[in-house]
Design a protein around this ligand. Structure first.
Ligand SMILES: N[C@@H](CCC(=O)N[C@@H](CS)C(=O)NCC(=O)O)C(=O)O
Length: 190
């Protein structure tokens, strides 16, 4: 969408399937992957990079390595880490819920507590993190990932996010982008 490229989705109809072919040959049985002709890019970061590389828009995108190449960017590096870890933790939590595992297991409780801890941290540091990113950017991987995290938590009803006021204000602002409005999470038609 941001890259202004045309695309089509291939839907994985059931995430309990253990045949990699259903996941575009992803050996870890994960989505997303990006397929272009005979080449496959596993994962969202790889896919985003390839889409931006192919875009004619020449966008100024801030990628994760920016935080390591610039001094005093510990806050951005930590926000990136916790955003991606929160997504992964949420994914595990949702999957264990889908697969009817004991929601009150010690591990489930730990996942939930960790998720809340990461969201608290992100809520407390989001303003400072955004202020540290380069002002001339058109987009950053971190902002896209953080927006997707908050949206997905609501979509999957994992937890109530309204109490995270600063994350909500980031979400409202970022959600004004036409790309965000056009790609709202929805249940896939299979
Ligand atoms: N590092 C990967 C993570 C991919 C991932 O965990 N995707 C979830 C999305 S729902 C998934 O495929 N879950 C299926 C499972 O855990 O079995 C990325 O950023 O794309």
């Amino acid at each position: 969408m941001e890259a202004e490229l045309s695309y089509a989705f291939g839907v994985v109809p059931d995430l309990s399937i253990t045949d990699p072919r259903v996941y575009g040959d992803h050996p870890g049985l994960r989505i997303p992957s990006l397929r272009i002709a005979s080449t496959t890019w596993f994962g969202s970061l790889n896919s985003c990079r390839e889409l931006i590389r192919r875009s004619r828009r020449q966008m100024q995108v801030v990628w994760p390595e920016w935080a390591y190449e610039n001094e005093d960017m510990n806050i951005v590096a930590n926000a990136q880490e916790l955003t991606l870890q929160a997504m992964s933790t949420e994914g595990s939590f949702v999957m264990s819920r889908f697969m009817d595992e004991d929601r009150n297991s010690l591990y489930s409780k730990k996942l939930y507590t960790g998720l809340r801890g990461m969201l608290n941290w992100l809520d407390q540091h989001v303003d400072q993190t955004l202020a540290a990113l380069p002002p001339g950017r058109e987009l950053s991987f971190l902002e896209v990932a953080l927006f997707c995290l908050i949206e997905h938590l609501e979509f999957r009803e994992v937890l109530e996010t309204t109490s995270y006021k600063r994350l909500q204000s980031f979400r409202a602002h970022f959600g004004e982008r036409s790309s965000a409005r056009a790609t709202v999470y929805q249940v896939d038609a299979t």
